[in-house]
Ligand binder design. Structure first.
Ligand code: FES
Ligand code: FE2
Length: 314
């Protein structure tokens, strides 16, 4: 009698959301007094910008009767007013006012997420046990320097877990097979003394435009990618991510180049990067997560990544 092995389920669900900073919007996409619905970490959230300009992220559902405050909620001064019965919630998530009652119940509050508005993104800190941030979002000088172009922005959604997308950066072999590079660029991974920031340097001397790529990954989904084509000919991609579901991640990229080289790389490079993502897409869309992959001797950078990434889970 023959038996057929059951199909491996198409899931990344062995992984939780990692600890770290994740973007939920672009700063420029939410003005003072505006409210947005946000979906991240498999939760409904309400993002608003107070009249004074502070970006605030609250759990979306009102503790009163459960209305979604990111949908039809209104900004009133420094608070968000629920659309259903007008209860108002401050930046710390506590109810400050009930328009038809002079007593606010103690329990009338929602979770307020820790926000950092840096490098043009609104970032929130995620920790499954709600612990305080363990580090800051790094400042990227190039994004506000006169010597670099105004950033170009690009956003796209990938049907895969955030860790698998981050892992791709530490996978030089796939450049050859997926992105049709002539060979696998020699690459090296190092981890900062405190163990947290991972650096990958890849020396793509055989590429059409020979370059050195340097990636600093601060947590899965938060990476600064610098490409140097020679002295003064540099490009930067700042990449942040919004894990929406365990199997879906929304990416936000800001790209800037040194003004000297904008005419000959700016648009071409952006197009090249977009095409590159197109190459990765079918792989990401269909792959599963291997908790214990079979690695070969030449897979050191992937092994390094897997060791590094463990610290982002409890
Ligand atoms: S449901 Fe929000 S005020 Fe009633
Ligand atoms: Fe790729």
């Amino acid at each position: 009698m023959s038996s057929i092995a059951p199909c491996e389920s198409h899931t990344q669900s062995q992984l939780d959301f990692p600890i770290g900073w994740f973007s939920v919007a672009r700063s420029r996409d939410i003005g003072k007094g505006e409210v947005q619905r946000v979906y991240a970490f498999d939760r409904e959230l309400a993002l608003f910008r107070t009249r004074e300009g502070k970006a605030v992220v609250l759990d979306a559902f009102c503790p009163h009767l459960g209305a979604h405050m990111g949908v039809e909620g209104r900004v009133v001064g420094e608070t968000l007013r629920c659309p259903f019965h007008g209860w108002q919630f401050g930046v710390d998530g506590a109810c400050t006012e009930i328009p038809y009652c002079d007593e606010v119940p103690e329990r009338a509050r929602v979770r307020s997420w820790t926000v950092s508005e840096t490098n043009g993104d609104i970032m929130v800190w995620y920790h499954p046990n709600e612990e305080a941030p363990g580090w800051d979002v790094p400042m990227v000088e190039e994004l506000c320097s006169d010597e670099w172009t105004d950033p170009q922005y690009w956003e796209f959604t990938i049907p895969n877990h955030i860790q698998n997308i981050a892992e791709n950066t530490c996978d030089p072999v796939h450049f050859q097979f997926v992105h049709k590079m002539p060979d696998t660029p020699p690459s090296e991974i190092t981890v900062a003394e405190d163990g947290r920031v991972l650096t990958l340097v890849a020396d793509a001397k055989e590429a059409v435009h020979p370059n050195t790529l340097t990636v600093h990954m601060h947590n899965p989904g938060l990476a600064i990618v610098r490409t140097s084509y020679g002295p003064g000919a540099e490009m930067l991609v700042y990449s942040t991510a919004q894990p929406t579901h365990l199997n879906e991640t929304h990416m936000r990229w800001s790209l800037t180049v040194r003004k000297e080289i904008v005419d000959f790389v700016g648009d071409d490079v952006m197009r090249g990067i977009k095409d590159g993502i197109g190459d990765d897409y079918p792989i990401w869309e269909h792959k599963i997560y291997r908790a214990k992959p079979v690695f070969c001797k030449a897979d050191q950078s992937l092994v390094g990544f897997r060791k590094w990434v463990r610290q982002f889970y409890v």
